[in-house]
Ligand binder design. Structure first.
Ligand code: HEM
Ligand code: HEM
Ligand SMILES: [Fe+2]
Length: 479
C-alpha cells in the first residue's frame, strides 16, 4: 500500500485520494491497538506508567483513534468507489486533497496534545484547546470546527459528482445518508453544564452513528463490494439495501432510548427504548442473510452453467466482508440485544459487559468491512484482475478475528462476575465495585483479555505486512 504511492495504477483522482485516507487510517488503527494494550496492562498492574501515561489518557486515545481511523477509512472508501459508481470523474478533488492535509495536520496536533498536555483547568480554554471530554469525540473545539469544514468539502465532492454522474440506488442512499451522518456530528459540539442534557445530545452522535447512519453506510459498501467482487446482480443488492435502510432507521432512531434509561431523562424512554432497540437485531439478521444468500446464489448460478465456482475477484476483501456479516450480527445484534432491555440493563449498565459488546460490535460491524475496502483499493492500485488471499492475508484475518473474539469472551466473563457480585449480591455500592474488581474471575478475565489483545496485535502486523506486499506479488504473478 505504501509502495504504491509513486507507482500505483489508480486511474482516477478519487481513488488516489481514497488511498491517501486509507494510509492514515491503518496507521491510526495501529496506534489504537497500542493504546488498548497499555490500558489493558493497567487493569492488571495499576501502577504501570502511573502519572506518566495514565489509564484515562490511554483509554481516551484508544477510543478516539478508533473513531477517527474509521471515519478516515469511510471517507477513503467513498472516494475509492465514487467514480466507478457514478461513472463520472470526481468533482472538486483538488479541494478534497487540501482538506485531507488540513484534517491530517489537525488530527496529529490533537493527538499530540492528548498525549503531552492531557488535562487542563476547568475553563473555556481547555474546551477550545485540549479536549471537550465527550467520550469517543473528544476533539477540542478548534479541531471540531476544522473537521466540519473538511467534511463539508468532502460532502461537496461526493454530492457534486453524484449530481453530474449516474444516480444509482447505492449512490442515492450514500449521498442522503452521508448528509445525516455528517450533520449529526454537530449535536456533539455545543457545551452545557447540565450532565443529563449533555449525555442526551451526545448519544445523538454516538448511537445515531453506530446504530443508524454508519450501519447504512456499510450497507452501501457491502452492496457495492458484492457487485464488484462476486458479480452480484445490482437489482437484488439494491432492493435489499432499501429494505435495510427502512428497517435500520425504523428501529435505530427510537432505539436510542436504550441509552436514556438511567441518565435523568423521562421514564417513558424505558418502554420506547426497550421496544425499538429490541427490534434492532432484525435488520442485522437481514443483512447477514442477504450477503450469504447472494453469495450462495451467485456460486450456484456459476455451478449450473458449468463454470468454475471461484469467481471471487478479491479473496481477502471478500473474506473480510463475510466476516463483517457474521461480526455485525454477533457483536451488534446478539451482544447488543443481551443488555438492551431495562430489566437486564439495570444490572449490566457500565460493566465490562458493555466493553465486550463495544469491542465486538465496532470490530464486527465496521473494522472488518473497512479493511475489506482497503484490500479493494490495493487491487485497484496494482491493477490486478484477480487477487487471491496469501498466507499473510489469512494470518491477518484469523489472528485479528480470533483475538477480538477472545477479548470479547474474556470481557463477557468479567462483566458476568461484576453483575453477580457487584450488582446482584452487594447492591452496586462503591465498595462493591472494588471488591468485584479484585476477585479471581475478574482478574483472570482481564489477563486473558490482555493475552488476546496481543494476539490481535500480531494479526495486525500480518495485516499491514500483507497490505504492503500483496498487490505487488499479485501483479508479478499475473504478468
Ligand atoms: C455496530 C453497531 C453497534 C456498535 C458499534 C455499538 C457500540 C457500543 C458501545 C461502544 C457502547 C458503549 C458506549 C459507552 O461508552 O457508554 C454501546 C452501548 C450499548 N449498546 Fe451498542 N453498539 C452497536 C449496536 C447495538 C445494538 C444493535 C444494540 C441493541 C440491540 C445495542 C445495545 C447497546 C446498549 C443497551 C448499550 C448501553 C450499555 C450500558 O448500559 O452500559 N448496541 N454500544
Ligand atoms: C490490542 C487489542 C485491544 C486491547 C488490548 C483493547 C483494550 C481496551 C481497554 C483496556 C479499554 C478500556 C475499557 C474500560 O474502560 O473498561 C478499551 C475500550 C474500548 N475499546 Fe479496545 N482494545 C483493543 C482493541 C480494540 C478494537 C479492535 C476495537 C474495535 C474495533 C476496540 C474498541 C474499543 C471500544 C469501543 C472501547 C470502549 C468500550 C466501552 O467503554 O464500553 N478495541 N479497549
Ligand atoms: Fe445504542
Amino acid at each position: 500500500m505504501l509502495t504504491s504511492i509513486k507507482t500505483n495504477s489508480l486511474t482516477t483522482d478519487g481513488q488516489k485520494l481514497g488511498m491517501m485516507y486509507f494510509r492514515v487510517a491503518i496507521i491510526l488503527f495501529g496506534a489504537q491497538l497500542l493504546m488498548g494494550l497499555i490500558a489493558a496492562i493497567q487493569f492488571l498492574a495499576p501502577n504501570f506508567l502511573f502519572e506518566i501515561f495514565d489509564f484515562s489518557v490511554a483509554r481516551m486515545v484508544h477510543i478516539n483513534a478508533l473513531v477517527v481511523w474509521m471515519l478516515y477509512a469511510m471517507i477513503g472508501a467513498t472516494y475509492m468507489m465514487l467514480t466507478e459508481e457514478t461513472g463520472h470523474e470526481g468533482v472538486g478533488l483538488g479541494l478534497g486533497k487540501l482538506g485531507f492535509w488540513v484534517l491530517t495536520a489537525a488530527v496529529t496536533v490533537v493527538v499530540l496534545v492528548y498525549i503531552i498536555v492531557q488535562v487542563g483547568s476547568g475553563t473555556e480554554a481547555s474546551l477550545w484547546l485540549i479536549h471537550e471530554g465527550r467520550e469517543y469525540i473528544e476533539a477540542p473545539r478548534w479541531a471540531d470546527i476544522g473537521i466540519v469544514v473538511v467534511v463539508l468539502i468532502f460532502y461537496f465532492n461526493v454530492f457534486a459528482t453524484y449530481m453530474k454522474g449516474e444516480k444509482t440506488g447505492i449512490m442515492t442512499v450514500m449521498v442522503a445518508n452521508l448528509l445525516a451522518l455528517a450533520g449529526l456530528y454537530l449535536a456533539g459540539m455545543f457545551y452545557t453544564d447540565n450532565i443529563s442534557m449533555d449525555q442526551f445530545w451526545w448519544w445523538w452522535v454516538i448511537h445515531l452513528w453506530v446504530e443508524a447512519t454508519w450501519e447504512v453506510f456499510v450497507g452501501t459498501l457491502a452492496a457495492f463490494a458484492l457487485i464488484r467482487l462476486i458479480g452480484a446482480k445490482r437489482e437484488v443488492v439494491e432492493m435489499w439495501l432499501w429494505i435495510e435502510v427502512l428497517m435500520l432507521f425504523g428501529s435505530g432512531i427510537l432505539g436510542m432510548g436504550h441509552h436514556y434509561f438511567w441518565i435523568g431523562t423521562p421514564e417513558y424512554w424505558w418502554e420506547i427504548g426497550a421496544l425499538f432497540s429490541a427490534l434492532e437485531p432484525v435488520p442485522l439478521i437481514a443483512m447477514f442473510v442477504h450477503v450469504l444468500y447472494d453469495w450462495g446464489k451467485e456460486q450456484g448460478a456459476h455451478e449450473a452453467k458449468g463454470e468454475p465456482k471461484s469467481v471471487v475477484t478479491n479473496g481477502p476483501a471478500m473474506a473480510w466482508i463475510v466476516t463483517n456479516a457474521f461480526g455485525n450480527f454477533l457483536g451488534a445484534g446478539i451482544w447488543g440485544f443481551f443488555h438492551t432491555l431495562p430489566q437486564v440493563n439495570i444490572y449490566t449498565h457500565g460493566t465490562q459487559f458493555t466493553a465486550a459488546h463495544g469491542h465486538l460490535a465496532f470490530f464486527g460491524a465496521y473494522a472488518t468491512i473497512l479493511i475489506g475496502m482497503m484490500y479493494y483499493g490495493i487491487q485497484k492500485a496494482y491493477g490486478v484482475k484477480v487477487m487471491s488471499a496469501t498466507f499473510k492475508s489469512k494470518m491477518g484475518i484469523f489472528l485479528i478475528t480470533f483475538g477480538v473474539l477472545g477479548m470479547t469472551i474474556a470481557l463477557t466473563i468479567a462483566g458476568y462476575e461484576q453483575v453477580m457480585v457487584e450488582r446482584g449480591e452487594m447492591g452496586a455500592t462503591w465498595n462493591a465495585f472494588f471488591i468485584a474488581q479484585e476477585l479471581p474471575w475478574y482478574v483472570q478475565a482481564q489477563l486473558w483479555r490482555t493475552i488476546m489483545g496481543v494476539v490481535t496485535f500480531i494479526g495486525f502486523i500480518y495485516l499491514v505486512w500483507d497490505l504492503l506486499t500483496i498487490g505487488k506479488n499479485a501483479q508479478a504473478s499475473e504478468a
